[in-house]
Design a binder for this molecule. Structure first.
Ligand code: SF4
Ligand code: MG
Length: 335
């Protein structure tokens, strides 16, 4: 498997302490300075092979969007490395990063928010083409945009219209067209269908999959919708509180989940004929990413937790079959 993208021990923290005065607290009669840091992504490593769709799943707040943004360079990682096509990119200057910006594109959840309402669709689509292909004539730029519009199912005659004149599904087609106009290798799609009506979600998914087939694209797909993920993914990564729990081929993961959190997540999907007694019900709340539990971050809610889980952070280990699982119980055979 040749990797297009590789992340190594990626961490992302956000300091949300506010201004200097807001950080000052009284503690036992003394003034101390306290910072509040959200630990959004905590040491995640994986590879994305050329042409595959790797999906990242997990409940909201598990760090999957932050991870995706760090991979594509929209967030600087707090620690760790991001590699793209054999080059380390998280340390590049904006100028050196420019060719990679063209090769890596993002489709956002909300096409309403990600398209500039004051620009026509023509301007929205032509701008990245002009930036990344400065040698093209006006006619060539227009032809390229028309071609991509046709590919995503939009009539090029609509290019003079503004985003608000389109439906939600059409707007998401515009976002996808914007990503495709610069001929990328890699697309990060962060919940690309969850803001859309159910009736058009399948159309947009099919569009993404057709574009992948035609152009040999590699996808990092972020979602909380497990049935969609099973349908479209080559492999699936499961995150909990900023940590990678498990990563496996889509069928293997859904048929035989190993990590206790994955099992709980999957057993929450209602299935015809499933034994309700076998549902894994999680108790307790998801802890705050400001005060991460020590050891395994899942230990407070894990039905299989043992003493070791409170002390040691489990490493994501390959069981020899290419699947990664970060769990002491899986490693030692008690889960
Ligand atoms: Fe549960 Fe322990 Fe495995 Fe964490 S390491 S998932 S607490 S068994
Ligand atoms: Mg998100």
């Amino acid at each position: 498997m040749s990797a297009l993208v590789r992340i190594e021990n990626l961490e992302k923290r956000f300091d949300i302490s506010g201004g200097f005065l807001e950080q000052l607290k009284f503690e036992s009669g003394r003034v101390v300075r306290r910072r509040t840091v959200v630990k959004a992504v905590n040491g995640v490593s994986f590879e994305i092979a050329k042409g595959e769709t790797l999906s990242v799943v997990g409940e909201s707040g598990c760090g999957k969007s932050t991870l995706a943004r760090a991979v594509i360079g929209l967030h600087a990682p707090s620690a760790g490395e991001v590699w793209f096509d054999g080059e380390r990119i998280d340390t590049l200057t904006p100028k050196a990063m420019r060719p990679y910006r063209k090769r890596m594109q993002m489709v956002f959840q909300d096409p309403y928010a990600s398209l500039n309402p004051r620009l026509t669709v023509r301007s929205i689509l032509e701008e990245p083409v002009r930036m990344h292909f400065p040698g093209l004539s006006d006619a060539q730029v227009r032809e390229r945009v028309a071609q991509v519009m046709r590919q995503v199912g939009l009539d090029p005659a609509w290019a003079g219209n503004y985003p608000h004149e389109f439906s939600g599904g059409q707007r998401q087609r515009v976002s996808i067209a914007r990503a495709l106009t610069v001929d990328p290798d890699f697309i990060v799609a962060d919940e690309p269908i969850s803001a859309l009506d159910v009736s058009i979600q399948a159309q947009i998914l099919n569009l993404l999959m057709e574009a992948q087939d035609e152009r040999g694209l590699t996808y990092l797909f972020i979602s909380h919708d497990l049935s969609v993920v099973r349908h479209i993914s080559t492999r699936v990564a499961v995150m909990y509180l900023g940590c990678l729990c498990e990563l496996a081929g889509a069928d293997a993961l859904f048929e035989e989940p190993r990590h206790p959190y994955t099992r709980a997540l999957l057993s929450a999907i209602p299935r015809l004929g499933a034994d309700p007694a076998k549902r894994v019900r999680l108790t307790g709340e998801i802890p705050s990413p400001i005060h991460l539990p020590g050891g395994c971050v899942f230990h407070g809610r894990c039905p299989s937790a043992r003493e070791r889980c409170r002390m040691d952070v489990p490493k994501a280990l390959d069981a020899g079959d290419g699947r990664l699982t970060a769990c002491h119980g899986v490693e030692e055979g008690w889960v």
